[in-house]
Design a protein around this ligand. Structure first.
Ligand code: CA
Ligand code: CA
Ligand code: CA
Length: 217
């Protein structure tokens, strides 16, 4: 008997060892699986966050380009603090012909409610964002030949830190600034954009970008 037991021990693992090994292997696979899920979740989260950031930057650059040759005296309404503005109409310089500066048709950049969305604190269009807006570029607003293009979606209703209460809650000198905000000081026009996106877990990500344009034409 003694020699048979020694033979089994030498020949392989006992049943207990096999069970323990299987349990250890299962635990390791579970840990590895959880780690992979966590890593993938973080990756998706980071990618979604980067997409919102890059979209905000691209949109701001487009707005900046549109304003690059804006006529200072054409800014309507003049976005003075503390009201600023979320709508701005202006003409831009198209060059000089026969010594005369040529101005564009009136261009309007504005925050407007996203299609399918209502101002009711609910996500009416089911995109994960609540009461969000879109950025519209409009030529000849309200006139014959009006042209309209939506440049961006997912604008915040108000920039972070602000609500619709007639007060400057975030203390930046502007009252109730929207997800598209204009402010002029002298000839310097400051633009702020607040963009939102819905993350993989349904969480809302918000990015605020800002730039200033010297309006001197
Ligand atoms: Ca929505
Ligand atoms: Ca809504
Ligand atoms: Ca403010």
């Amino acid at each position: 008997m003694k020699s048979q037991s020694k033979a089994r021990s030498r020949a392989g693992f006992s049943m207990t060892e096999l069970v323990i090994s299987a349990m250890l292997m299962g635990s390791l696979m579970l840990v590895a699986g959880l780690a992979t899920d966590r890593a993938m979740s973080l990756f998706r989260q980071r990618r979604a966050s980067e997409e919102v950031s890059s979209s905000a930057s691209r949109l701001l650059q487009r707005v900046t380009n549109a304003l690059a040759f804006a006529r200072r005296t054409s800014l309507t309404p003049v976005p003075n603090a503390p009201q600023g503005g979320s709508t701005l109409t202006f003409n831009t310089c198209r060059g000089v012909e026969a010594g005369v500066v040529q101005w564009s048709a009136p261009i309007t950049l504005c925050w407007e409610r996203e299609d399918g969305e209502l101002n009711d604190g609910l996500d009416n269009n089911g995109n994960g964002l609540v009461d969000e807006g879109q950025l519209a570029w409009i030529e000849n607003l309200g006139l014959a030949g009006e042209k309209r293009v939506v440049w961006g979606h997912g604008l915040c209703e108000f920039l972070p830190g602000e609500t619709f209460d007639g007060a400057d809650e975030d203390g930046d000198g502007l009252i109730d600034e929207a997800g598209l905000s204009f402010e002029i000081q002298g000839d310097v026009l400051t633009v702020q954009l607040g963009l939102q996106g819905s993350g993989p877990d349904g969480n809302i990500m918000t990015r605020v970008v800002e730039t200033s344009v010297l309006v001197r034409n």
